[in-house]
Design a protein around this ligand. Structure first.
Ligand SMILES: Cc1cc2nc3c(=O)[nH]c(=O)nc-3n(C[C@H](O)[C@H](O)[C@H](O)COP(=O)(O)OP(=O)(O)OC[C@H]3O[C@@H](n4cnc5c(N)ncnc54)[C@H](O)[C@@H]3O)c2cc1C
Length: 385
């Protein structure tokens, strides 16, 4: 492949991983990434990958898998907490890592290969001099990508703002498994998605139905009072540890989709291309899979930009759409959490959670956790005669 001039907007997992793969393919590629943030700061805390999500990485890039996994926390089970009942669900392995640590490892990985990173370098226009003469411009600038929003008609973009409210916190409490804790309060159900991502820190994401959020008065609470309220609700789970903020604020989730993924020499990747709800733990995985798909398309077409961009979309869309659809079903399950916690007992609730997207059926669930399925069948003998 002849050397290409590649410019990437955004040093998140998608942009970094694509840069590394292309540079490995041809060290003569001139690849530069522009990142508006500084090198040592990022929003958020940790990200999680399912066991299966890590397998994709292993299949495509064993060396990177070996490089990243020693930095990850892993555990074999998932725990669902229904008020005070804890149900460990077996057969659901996960791994996690701090977002900043993941990015720092990827920065080192790509810089060693010769990719140039420019921090505090915001690109706000496709006419920016930094992009001049590029063979390929990759918009890997996250869910709020201006490249996408300024070209929605070309990309065929849809954005579906979901009603639940969520806020991404951390805590120094270290949990022993990926946990989903649902607590009924006088205002409604509070859900926390929480997991350890380092020996001393955990992610602690709080999600509420909009009506609960309003009843709890969060629209009028300042950041400290918001944390104090969540600490009271989850006091039993936090064990005296504080909730920690990192520029944390309430948000709604935008489910973003694009019918067309590129125009001219400009292509979308990662969250800029589509978002997948955090409840299926796949945002980072999907971003990195996009990078693999785009890289393979360029390798297959020997750097021919129009052909590679067409192949990227044709081959990547079907598997990606499956996960995106599952993520959107998962979102809607959380939008019914008040009703579900209130009407299902802990076993039924855990079963409903595990089978919510339709990707795990009864038999598969039995293989993962025979005890849970046996308890569920006992409660519903008529359905399993
Ligand atoms: C609350 C929450 C929880 C999540 N939890 C998980 C999880 O547990 N597991 C998981 O896998 N994923 C999770 N995700 C999703 C995950 O963070 C994203 O899916 C993933 O980071 C997408 O990678 P990306 O490279 O596409 O974009 P990003 O990681 O968003 O990176 C985009 C980069 O572009 C930069 N940028 C933006 N605009 C410009 C500009 N104009 N010029 C230069 N640079 C720019 C940004 O600063 C940023 O560094 C979560 C997301 C949220 C919001």
């Amino acid at each position: 492949m002849k050397p290409m001039k590649i410019r990437i907007i955004g040093a998140g997992p998608a942009g970094l991983y694509f840069a590394g793969l292309m540079k490995q393919l041809n060290p003569a590629h001139d690849i530069q990434i522009h990142e508006r943030g500084p090198r040592h700061a990022t929003w958020g805390f940790g990200v999680v990958f399912s066991d299966r999500a890590l397998e994709f990485l292993r299949a495509d890039d064993e060396a990177l898998y070996q490089y990243l996994t020693p930095h990850m926390q892993t555990w074999p089970n998932l725990t669902i907490v229904h008020n005070d009942t804890r149900l460990p669900i077996t057969g659901n392995g996960f791994a996690s890592i701090g977002r900043l640590e993941l990015l720092t490892l990827l920065f080192a990985h790509v810089e060693k290969l010769g990719v140039q990173l420019h921090f505090e370098s915001e690109i706000g226009s496709l006419k920016h001099p930094a992009l001049a003469g590029a063979d390929l411009i990759v918009a890997a600038n996250g869910a709020f990508s201006w490249v996408r929003s300024e070209n929605e008609a070309r990309f065929g973009t849809t954005t579906d703002w979901r009603p639940n409210k969520f806020i991404w916190y951390g805590t120094s409490q270290v949990f022993d498994s990926l946990s989903l804790t649902f607590r009924e309060t006088g205002h409604g159900v509070f859900c926390a998605h929480h997991y350890r991502y380092s020996p001393t820190m955990s992610t602690f994401l709080v999600e509420l139905e909009e009506a609960t959020w309003k009843r709890a008065g969060f629209d009028a609470l300042d950041p400290q009072a918001t944390i104090a309220h969540c600490e009271r609700v989850f006091a039993k789970d936090l064990g005296g540890h504080p909730i920690l903020s990192n520029n944390s604020h309430w948000r709604n989730f935008p489910a973003i989709w694009n019918e067309r993924w590129s125009f001219d020499n400009v292509v979308l990747m990662g969250d800029a291309l589509r978002t997948a709800h955090f409840s299926i733990g796949s945002g980072t995985r999907l971003a990195m899979e996009d990078a693999v798909a785009l890289f393979k398309a360029f390798r297959e077409h020997d750097g021919d930009v129009p052909l590679a961009l067409q192949t990227y979309q044709t081959l990547r869309m079907p598997p990606m759409k499956k996960i995106w659809d599952a993520a959107n079903v998962s979102i809607r399950w959380y939008e019914r959490m008040d009703e579900l916690v209130g009407t299902l007992n802990p076993v039924e609730f855990a079963y409903s959670y595990m089978t919510r997207t339709g990707r795990v059926n009864h038999d598969q669930m039995r293989k993962r956790d025979p005890d849970l399925v046996a308890a569920y069948e006992k409660m519903h003998p008529e359905a399993f005669r």
